[in-house]
Design a protein around this ligand. Structure first.
Ligand code: ZN
Length: 381
């Protein structure tokens, strides 16, 4: 190979590394790119100059909003946003949500649709594909350069190949499948930046699930079911659970459990909106049922916290969205349950992300830039 040939090859290799770093991280300054790819600022400037002139990379903004210090704000570069899309799909208990991110990692489209709780997988998938088509038509987003599909499913141990294949065949892109609550935990933990190490996440919605970040890694467990708070026994001999046991946390603190708890106590409500209205007007029955749910969540979370010693506990899902006081009650119960054996008491907070947290986490699993995903399985191709 000639000297020019070698030079071109080295250059292409550098270019590929710069593009890969931008694909994984979204917008970065030249300094950040240089340190991530291990190139000098001079070499990097030549490469980014060339990529910018070809339109493969664009300047989106400056880092002025993020920086604390003085000095001229640095320009942020990203891949041409339209050069790639990432699709996140959250197949929940009764609804599917999707989110689409572009190559700059911005969410450019989102949507949701509902289906009956007893729907079979093929019906759920049909609903998901119809939603993807409608959303694409409505927003004008195309999937021409789709880089990957993240699919979150509710319940333990999803049947990965059966779920991944329809998406892989439809889009000819790599597919990641995992528990949707674990994806939500990933998305939530990432809102705290790169230095999160020990987070316990619990989601109280139609069902109850959770996710654990231990030692800076998202934990799946030996059988893929780590974080199943919903089926921890909260009330021995209590109501029958869909899992076959009785008295699971899900029979006390899921949205359907709280709604039926209210109805059984004489408060006739059907929906979570009814519950929210009852709590807003200070209905004592609704408050008592939510208190019972908070107490059960507090005890289960305290047991997990005593075992894992998390720095942070995050409570998400539709129940705390409609009953925000629940988070403070769980905190009080936790304070009484944790023994003062030293160490710091975990910080407890409500989730920051909304209902699209599972779809966002599925996209985050495709970006793979978070250290939380070290050792995470590769996408199915
Ligand atoms: Zn159960």
């Amino acid at each position: 190979m000639s000297v020019q040939g070698v030079h071109a090859l080295v250059r292409r290799t550098h270019e590929a590394r710069v593009l890969r770093v931008l694909r994984e991280h979204g917008a970065l300054s030249r300094g950040q790119i240089a340190s991530k790819v291990g190139l000098s600022r001079t070499t990097l400037s030549e490469i980014t100059g060339d990529l910018l002139s070809r339109g493969a990379v664009v300047v989106v903004d400056t880092d002025a909003a993020r920086r604390a210090g003085s000095g001229r704000p640095a320009e942020l570069l990203t891949l041409d946003p339209s050069s790639g899309q990432f699709l996140g799909v959250d197949l929940g208990h009764t609804r599917v949500r999707i989110a689409v991110a572009d190559a700059a990692h911005d969410i450019i489209a989102a949507g949701h649709a509902t289906y009956p709780a007893e729907s079979a997988w093929d019906e759920r998938l049909d609903a998901a594909f119809a939603l993807i088509d409608r959303t694409a038509t409505r927003t004008g987003v195309s999937f021409r350069a789709l880089q990957g599909v993240g699919v979150g499913v509710h319940g333990p141990r999803p049947a990965v190949p059966e779920l991944a294949m329809p998406f892989a065949e439809r889009f000819a892109a790599p597919v990641v499948v995992d528990n949707n609550t674990r994806f939500a935990a990933l998305a939530e933990a990432m809102t705290d930046g790169p230095d999160v190490h020990d987070v316990l996440y619990i989601r109280l919605s139609d069902g109850i699930g959770g996710g654990l970040v231990v030692g800076g890694r998202l934990v799946a467990g030996a059988g893929g079911v780590a974080g199943e708070f919903g089926h921890v026994t909260a009330q021995p001999g209590g109501d029958a659970c869909r899992c076959g046991k009785s008295g699971c946390l899900e029979t006390v603190a899921s949205v359907p459990a709280v709604l039926s708890g209210c109805t059984n106590a004489g408060l006739n409500i059907d929906t979570i909106e009814d519950l929210e209205a009852a709590l807003t007007r200070g209905d004592p029955v609704a408050e008592a049922v939510v208190e019972r749910a908070a107490a059960a969540v507090g005890r289960v979370v305290a047991a997990a916290a005593l075992v894992l010693d998390p720095a942070q506990i995050v409570i998400g899902g539709r129940l705390p969205q409609c009953a925000p006081a629940l988070v403070r009650r769980v905190e009080e119960i936790l304070a009484g349950e944790l023994c003062p054996v030293g160490g710091a008491r975990p910080a407890i907070r409500a989730a920051r992300l909304g209902d699209d947290d599972g779809a966002r986490g599925a996209i985050a699993a495709l970006f793979r830039q978070s250290p939380l995903l070290d050792g995470y399985p590769d996408p199915v191709r």
